[in-house]
Each structure stands twice: as structure tokens, then as C-alpha cells.
Design a protein around this ligand. Structure first.
Ligand code: IFM
Length: 450
């Protein structure tokens, strides 16, 4: 069978991680700009003030994407670049940048897939309570409206929120990410509820105003459980594990995806969180649960489990010396089989892998090239697993490699390199890594060479 003929081969990046121009062109501050100003919060006190200078070099970057043969590029919009105060006055220079970027992509034969929010939250709105303020849903809908009105003549593919588990969990519970808060769990659930309302209202705004038929999804983290062996009992244990809630934290699938797609919070979570539940007003779940066109999901690794004699599942200890990326994330290719399969079974939406890739210790070799055989091997294995899911009946629409280029990896700064294009930050020179050349062949063969 193989990958469907119209399968979308893409790559992704996010505004704050590549754009730079942090204080240019009328852009407002984001919570990440504030985080970067705080000594000790980012590795080596790196900042994203310049990052990959994509704000100025988007033309060259779009050409390189065209050279690789990408069908699509997943970008995100910087909310404070467009609305410096988060709401109200629109920054024409900010919108004009995205106009130029979208045009450059289309000129290079690349479909833009636009994420509305990938973590660079307007600082001005944070000062008004941020995601803890119920108005945040309306602020987000106002922002979505501005973007859709301007770009939907050329953009058809939309994602609302990137990894709400992380911007709430890391940003508001553990404090490792901006805005660096360590809130109690009731506030965490409140912030999640408001972000889900924001998702629903943004979907409504896109559907009601888009000028070309919109295809809409979100891009949550996919927490994947991999059965240790493929007997029915172990598979069932993994399925149960993937869709259950075990901790008072954000590290689960269902608290986010069930309300969006099934229109209800999961019962096990409601029981576990009963003392901290936010007020759910009449109509909230109807607002959150808007029809979606695909299940977007970011998958990097999974946890191997087996059934427990007590019922449910238990993690299996990993082998000594298990393969790790430089993020110290385990290399578990089967995550891209079981993740798509289990998500497709539960949510019954076509799957789009909105992020997958690895951080590696890349540098420029003596021959002037960047050889990254680990990444090629990693991607081959994961894509083969995704192909297996497709062969077995999972409807899958696309794959976005994270990332098109090395970039600012949040609290890790520039210590981690996820790109298939190497960025030499001092000179801003771009070099296609071996994996970029390999991905070009994968795309040209529609995955047949895998
Ligand atoms: O760089 C991040 C991205 O912003 C969100 N998903 C995971 C990536 C790698 O950590």
C-alpha cells in the first residue's frame, strides 16, 4: 500500500524559535521575551532576539524548503507581532511580514499550515491574568479573526494550539518555561479550561470567516504507550495506559483531546481532579467541541508497557544503554505506529503527525558538510512505523518533521539542534544536512525509499 498519493510531506518550525526580530517592526513583548531577559532561566543565557533571523531571511528559507521539495511548511504566527497588546490595535508591519512569508512559500510550491499559538503569549495579556483570565478565550478569538481575515485567501490549513500540555504544564505548573509560574492544581485546570475554550472559539472564528475552505486541527503532545509485545492483553494494556490519567499534572492525552473531540472531560480525570475542578459554565463544552478535520499530534517517543496482574498497565524497564537523543529522549520508533493507531481508533479523525524528529550533536565536518546519520536512521525507523500504521488502515494525511532548521529550543537555548538545515548562528549561514538531502529523496519517492 504505502503512503497515500496525496500524503503531505512537510517540516515545521515556530515563530519564537526562528524569527528573531524580537524588538523590531512594532512587535509587542511576549512572555518568552521576558523569560529570556531573566538571567539563569535559559541555557547559557541564550536569547531568541535574533534566533535564525528568519524575520529577515524568510525568502532564503522558503527557497531552501522548495529545494528540499517540501509539500508543506508548518509555521506559527507570533501573536504579539500582530497584536502588540494582544488585543486591539493591529500592527500592520507584523501582518505584512506574514503576508510576505506566505507568498514566498507559495512561490516555492509549499502549502502553508498555520499554527495560531506556539507559546509566544503576549506579555500585555499575561499582565491581565493570561490563561487564568476567562477573557483569554475571547482575546484569542479576536487574534484568530485578525489572522484569518488577512491570510485565509491563501491559507487553508490551520492549527489552533501547539502542545497545550506544555505551555500550561511547563509554563504554569513546573515553571521551566515562560511565564515561569508554579501554580496550584486548581489554577492549572482553570488555565487549561480557558485554553480549550480559546481553541473552540478560534475554530468557530476560522470556520465562519475563512475565504477558502478551512481544514482545521490542533497540535497537542501525543503521549504514546507501546505494548511490550503484540498479544491482545498487552495491546489493551497500552491502549488503556494511553487514555488514562494517573497524575495531577498535564502529562496526558485525554484531558485535552476528549473535550475538544468528544465534548466531555474524561471521567477518570474528573474523579482524580474533583477537588480542583474549574467552574464549567453552561455551553462551555459545546464551545470547546468544534468539528475538526484532522487529529494533529506531536510524537517524539513512547513508553513501553505491559499488562499488570492487578489490572491496567505497568511500564517495562528500559534496556541498559537504550538509544537516546541529545534531549535524552529514548528512541522508540514504534511510537509512530501505536500513537497514530490508538489516536485514530479513539478519535476517528484522520491523523497528521504535526511534529516528529530528533536533537542531535551536529557540527560542520572538515568537508564543509553536516553529516547526521543518526537523524536519518531515526527518521527512517519512525516513518517506517508510521507507514505500517497506514498499511493497516489508519487514515493519515501528513507528516511534519521537526524541524526545518536548527532553532531556539526554549529553556535549552541553542544547545539542542533539531533541524535538517544546519544554522551557523554567528554567520547565519544555512547548510542542508545529509538528512535534508535524504528527506528530499523520501519526498520525491512518496516514501517508497524508506
Ligand atoms: O521545539 C519543540 C517545539 O517547540 C514543541 N514540540 C517539541 C519540540 C522539541 O522539543
Amino acid at each position: 500500500m504505502g503512503f497515500p498519493k496525496d500524503f503531505v510531506w512537510g517540516a515545521a518550525a515556530a515563530s519564537y524559535q526562528i524569527e528573531g526580530g524580537a524588538f523590531e517592526g512594532g512587535k509587542g513583548l511576549s512572555v518568552w521575551d521576558m523569560m529570556c531577559r531573566t538571567p539563569g532561566r535559559i541555557w547559557s543565557d541564550n536569547t531568541a532576539e535574533v534566533a535564525c533571523d528568519h524575520y529577515h531571511r524568510y525568502g532564503e528559507d522558503a527557497r531552501l524548503m522548495g529545494e528540499i521539495g517540501l509539500n508543506a511548511y508548518r509555521l506559527s504566527i507570533s501573536w504579539p507581532r500582530v497584536l502588540p497588546e494582544g488585543v486591539g490595535k493591529v500592527n500592520r508591519m507584523g501582518l505584512a511580514f506574514y503576508d510576505r512569508l506566505i507568498d514566498a512559500l507559495l512561490e516555492n510550491g509549499i502549502q502553508p499550515w498555520v499554527t495560531l499559538f506556539h507559546w509566544d503569549y503576549p506579555y500585555a495579556l499575561y499582565c491581565r491574568g493570561g490563561w487564568l483570565n476567562r477573557d483569554s478565550a475571547d482575546w484569542f478569538a479576536e487574534y484568530a479573526t485578525v489572522i484569518v481575515d488577512r491570510l485565509s485567501d491563501r491559507v487553508s490549513y490551520w492549527m489552533t494550539l501547539n502542545e497545550p500540555q506544555c505551555f500550561i504544564g511547563l509554563g504554569h505548573q513546573t515553571g521551566e518555561h515562560a511565564p515561569g509560574l508554579k501554580l496550584g492544581f486548581a489554577d492549572i485546570l482553570l488555565a487549561i479550561h480557558h485554553s480549550l475554550l480559546a481553541h473552540g472559539k478560534a475554530v468557530q472564528a476560522i470556520r465562519s470567516r475563512a475565504r477558502s475552505k478551512p481544514i482545521i486541527g490542533a497540535a497537542p503532545v501525543g503521549f504514546v504507550k507501546i505494548p511490550a509485545c503484540e498479544d491482545p492483553e498487552t495491546i489493551e494494556a497500552a491502549r488503556t495506559g494511553m487514555f488514562s490519567i494517573t497524575g495531577k499534572d498535564c502529562w496526558n492525552n485525554t484531558w485535552f483531546a476528549d473535550p475538544m473531540i468528544l465534548g466531555e472531560y474524561p471521567k477518570d480525570g474528573m474523579k482524580r481532579f474533583k477537588d480542583d475542578m474549574p467552574e464549567i459554565q453552561t455551553g462551555d463544552l459545546e464551545t470547546i467541541c468544534q468539528p475538526l478535520d484532522f487529529y494533529g499530534v506531536n510524537v517524539y517517543h513512547g513508553q513501553t508497557v505491559r499488562s499488570s496482574p492487578k489490572g491496567g498497565y505497568v511500564p517495562t524497564p528500559s534496556d541498559d544503554g537504550h538509544a537516546l537523543t541529545t534531549m535524552l529522549w529514548q528512541v522508540t520508533p514504534d511510537a509512530l505506529y501505536w500513537g497514530p493507531r490508538f489516536f485514530y481508533e479513539r478519535y476517528k479523525l484522520p491523523i497528521v503527525v504535526t511534529e516528529n524528529g530528533m536533537a542531535n550533536c551536529d557540527w560542520i565536518h572538515l568537508d564543509g558538510k553536516v553529516h547526521d546519520p543518526q537523524r536519518i536512521d531515526f527518521l527512517s525507523r519512525y516513518l517506517q512505523a508510521y507507514g505500517r500504521a497506514i498499511d493497516e488502515g489508519v487514515e493519515a494525511k501528513g507528516y511534519f518533521l521537526w524541524s526545518i532548521m536548527d532553532n531556539f529550543e526554549w529553556a535549552y537555548g541553542y544547545r539542542q539542534r533539531f533541524g535538517i538545515i544546519y544554522v551557523d548562528y554567528p554567520s547565519q549561514k544555512r547548510i542542508l544536512k545529509d538528512s535534508a538531502h535524504w528527506y528530499k529523496d523520501v519526498i520525491a519517492s512518496n516514501g517508497a525509499i524508506l
